[in-house]
Design a protein around this ligand. Structure first.
Ligand SMILES: Cc1cc2nc3c(=O)[nH]c(=O)nc-3n(C[C@H](O)[C@H](O)[C@H](O)COP(=O)(O)OP(=O)(O)OC[C@H]3O[C@@H](n4cnc5c(N)ncnc54)[C@H](O)[C@@H]3O)c2cc1C
Length: 391
């Protein structure tokens, strides 16, 4: 099949590789003139890693990724361990692959490489999709420079502000969640040895605020994401804010958090608004569908947004190969994916309430009631996009 994909992010590239491997002719159109990702990390659990392995990324994950021993949920001030989700060997034994933390630049580059090895012509840069026209015979995309491209299928992997979504769902803008995210990447060697966080994904939970810290690039860099309830601001991964505001947001936090804040480059503190969308249950027309943040952007509090995009990519490629008429295949794809993606969006929103409780006793009880470890090990991580039944 001739397939047009809009967006060369993690989701778009995973879909391109999955579809080309199955013999389809894919062209990916990306608005950016140069490809890349921001200087931050991403966590990948077995449900996504299985797909990445199939696409040939195992050696990248093994060489540059970090395998944390656990998620550790701790009180923001005294560091009390509130809850633990075992990762490391336990995750691998239970779910079939390791759990990795990897620099976004490294993951994106490896996916791009996987696509280029399959078809060096697949990705076209500097092409911003503007409009979609669909007929029973084909679908046409018009780009910012006036050029058009026609194909049998169009897949919108164009992120949270998706243009393709406007053709398929609606033109509503994403919704501000009331939370903003600080982002820092700090050379580990800069942090005093005694105050370096453990080899875990540590979530420091506090009043109206939590901070996530974990290593990337074989442990040489520490990724910090601080999520604070605040008024609206711009949605952009590259907006810088004064270090003094970061310092203020984490005043009085645990010495390990303070050591990270103190080690930050004063002019490299990024902060932006976290938006999402209310889940939808249908997102295809007969010749157009969506994947990843274009359809189900989520708060990052379960570390699953990119994982959902990668799952979408694998399931979409399998659905198309079921031998059904295209519209039916797209229907099977979205009906299979929608409930799972909606659950991630909804539970990620609930996590904000859990992580941001002020009272220590109430927080302890809420973590016991919620039992995140049991929940994620039961429904989230065991899912295998490569083999799950689609019909
Ligand atoms: C702080 C934070 C931490 C996170 N941590 C994790 C984590 O640990 N694990 C995890 O799984 N997920 C995580 N996520 C979520 C993850 O980052 C996203 O879900 C994922 O990057 C979405 O990928 P995508 O390919 O769908 O969209 P995007 O990455 O947004 O890619 C969309 C691409 O489309 C292009 N594009 C947009 N419009 C057009 C157009 N009109 N024409 C052509 N091209 C266009 C864009 O330039 C971009 O390259 C996190 C998110 C945040 C905010």
């Amino acid at each position: 099949m001739e397939i047009t994909l809009i967006g060369a992010g993690i989701g778009g590239l995973a879909a391109a590789a999955s579809l080309i491997r199955r013999g389809h002719r894919v062209r990916v159109y990306e608005q950016a003139a140069e490809l890349g990702e921001v200087g931050a990390a991403v966590q990948m659990s077995a449900n996504a890693v299985k797909v990445l392995y199939e696409l040939g990324l195992k050696s990248t994950l093994e060489t540059t990724g970090v395998k944390p021993r656990a998620f550790e949920f701790r009180r923001f001030d005294d560091g009390e361990l509130l809850h633990e989700v075992k990762l490391g060997a336990a995750h691998e034994a239970q779910h079939g692959t390791p759990y990795y933390q990897i620099h976004r630049v490294d993951l994106h580059a490896a996916l791009l490489d996987a696509v280029a090895r399959l078809d060096p012509q697949a990705v076209r840069l500097g092409q911003r999709a503007q409009q979609v026209r669909e007929t029973p015979e084909h679908v046409e995309v018009q780009f910012g420079d006036g050029s058009t491209v026609r194909s049998e299928l169009l897949v919108g992997a164009d992120g949270i502000k998706s243009v393709v979504r406007q053709h398929v769902v609606d033109a509503e803008p994403p919704v501000f969640t009331g939370q903003v995210a600080w982002r820092l990447a700090i050379p580990t060697e800069r942090i005093p040895e005694a105050l370096r966080p453990p080899l875990a994904s540590t979530i420091w939970c506090g009043p109206k605020n939590h901070a996530v810290m974990y290593y990337m690039r074989a442990g040489t860099l520490l990724n910090f994401v601080g999520c604070v309830e605040r008024p609206w601001e711009e949605e952009s991964w590259t907006t810088r804010q004064p270090w003094s505001e970061l310092d203020h947001d984490y005043a009085g936090w645990h010495p390990m958090v303070r050591a990270v804040i103190e080690s930050a480059d004063r002019d490299q503190c990024f902060r932006w608004a976290l938006n999402n969308r209310k889940p939808v249950m249908t997102w295809s027309t007969p010749r157009v569908t969506l994947l990843g943040d274009a359809v189900h952007p989520t708060l990052p509090y379960m570390a699953q947004g990119a994982a959902m995009a990668i799952e979408d990519a694998a399931v979409l490629a399998r659905a198309i190969d079921l031998g059904k008429p295209l519209a039916e295949a797209l229907h099977i794809y979205e009906q299979h994916r929608a409930p799972r993606a909606a659950r991630v969006v909804d539970e990620s929103t609930e996590m904000a309430d859990l992580y941001h409780i002020s009272d220590a006793a109430e927080m302890r009880q809420a973590f016991r009631d919620r039992n995140i470890a049991a929940s994620r090990n039961n429904w989230l991580y065991p899912y295998d996009p490569l083999t799950v039944a689609l019909e």
